[in-house]
Design a protein around this ligand. Structure first.
Ligand code: AMP
Ligand code: GLY
Length: 435
């Protein structure tokens, strides 16, 4: 079959790597893709949210399945766009309907959904500019630190954790005043949860589900989890604290009620669900110490978790995706590779603040013991026609490796990271060391 993958980051390169190994796929297109995905399929220069141009491509190339990497096209309703078009409605889109994408697109919707289905999550209330005073009253009932979340999508910047009441009140006022535009015209204020986080990925056809390997990502720029938040500096899988007792609770208290809740609410959801979980280290009203609670839902795979998780899927991912499309996922087999996988992100110096782009990247072909996934790269063509891969983003390359254990996998990624050279390269050398 012919498959179209949407997106352009490290996550999509990792998905393309896995998808392209499937004997079920004759041709893979990636829109728009990056300098790495072009080695695995055909990049097409169309934005993942340009539905009309994607429609043209799907029809002219005879594409049989669309796999959506990032959230933006899902929140914009690509699933419904295909379903509502006579020429496209038979082509499966792996990803939720627009209603399902609200689990990520609206924090208020996600919190309400969890409340309706008794899924353990932090206590919360939602406020608007009209209810600012009530919001400040609510803040006074909470203990510090204070968690404020813009309702809508903010490219990962919409969550503020504030140490004092004064700062929380001030930020609430600013958010409701339009600090993040429309996205923060509603703000969720919630109880702070203390514990350690992990990412659980579920693939569902709306009834059955498979729980993919659990991963942990590292969000801060600095070692020891310090400094500014980034799009992700590395990931590891498996996660030792997500043991079988913990995962059984995740499945019973979170995964099953989530899928049953979507079904009960009549929401079409055939795709990935990303559970941002926390193993709390003390008791809350709906959990004991050691139990899982939900911090957030996303409606896609995580980045850079995918760059580890794909290494640990031993079976054919496309066979699983076909199970999602055909509604018989329960009949398909998920094999998990017992090895450890890690991914270390090489970033541009200065990121997540100001950084420069366009630096030549060398040494990529000398990497032997890792898998290199491009995140922010592009191909620059010189006047003489020669091609050079150059940096084109803050996060540049994810270096993923297998190992018998975490230390072995990390050592391989760090050795490979040294072979890849570009100006002002930076990476964290402590990925996984907190586990
Ligand atoms: P989110 O965008 O909802 O994932 O939030 C971003 C990050 O903020 C999460 O990964 C957590 O580290 C942190 N966070 C969000 N909500 C809470 C909470 N209720 N308690 C503690 N930390 C939180
Ligand atoms: N790694 C977190 C995310 O993809 O949102």
């Amino acid at each position: 079959m012919k498959l179209l993958l949407l997106g352009s980051g490290g996550r999509e390169h990792a998905l393309a790597w896995k998808i392209s190994q499937s004997p079920l796929v004759d041709k893979l297109f990636i829109a728009p893709g990056n300098a790495g995905t072009r080695l695995l399929g055909q990049n097409v220069n169309i934005s993942a949210t340009d539905f009309a141009a994607l429609r043209q491509l799907v029809l002219s190339e005879g594409i049989d399945m669309v796999v959506v990497g990032p959230e933006a096209p899902l929140v914009a309703g690509i699933y419904d766009y295909f379903r509502g078009d006579d020429a496209l409605c038979h082509i499966p889109v792996i990803g939720p309907s627009q209603a399902g994408a609200e689990l990520e697109g609206s924090k208020d919707f996600a919190k309400g959904f969890m409340q309706r289905h008794a899924i353990p999550t932090a206590a919360y209330r939602t406020f608007t500019p009209e209810t600012l005073a009530a919001g400040k009253d609510f803040l006074r009932t909470l203990q510090p630190p204070y968690v404020l979340k813009a309702d809508g999508l903010c490219a990962g910047k919409g969550v503020l954790i504030l140490p004092t009441l004064e700062e929380a009140e001030r930020e609430l006022e600013e958010m409701l005043g339009g600090m993040f535009g429309e996205a923060s015209r509603r703000v969720v204020i919630e109880e702070y949860l203390s514990g350690i986080e992990c990412s659980v990925f579920v693939l569902t056809d709306g009834s059955d589900y498979k729980i993919l390997p659990v991963a942990k990502d590292y969000k801060r720029i600095g070692e020891g989890d310090t400094g500014l938040n980034t799009g992700g500096m590395g990931s590891v899988s498996p996660v030792p604290f997500a043991d079988s007792v913990f995962m059984q609770k995740v499945e019973e208290r979170i995964v099953r009620p989530t899928i049953a809740g979507l079904k009960a609410e009549g929401i079409d959801y055939r795709g990935f669900i990303f559970l941002g979980l926390i193993r709390v280290d003390r008791a809350y009203s709906c959990a004991e110490a050691g139990d899982p609670m939900v911090i957030e839902y996303n409606v896609r795979m995580g980045d850079p978790e995918t760059e580890s998780v794909m290494l640990r899927i031993g079976s054919d991912l496309v066979d699983l995706l076909q199970g999602v499309a055909e509604g018989n996922l329960g009949e398909r087999r998920l094999v998990i590779d017992p090895r450890t996988a890690v991914s270390v992100m090489l970033v541009s110096g200065g990121y997540p603040g100001h950084y420069d782009k366009g630096f030549p990247i060398t040494g990529l072909d000398t990497v032997e013991e890792s898998i290199v996934f491009h995140a922010g790269t592009k191909v620059a063509v010189a006047e003489d026609g020669s091609e050079q891969v150059v940096t084109d983003g803050g996060r540049v390359i994810a270096v993923s490796s297998y190992g018998a254990d975490r230390a072995e996998a990390l050592a391989a990624s760090f050795r490979s990271a040294q072979r890849i050279v570009f100006e002002k390269k930076y990476f964290r050398r402590d990925i996984g060391s907190d586990l």
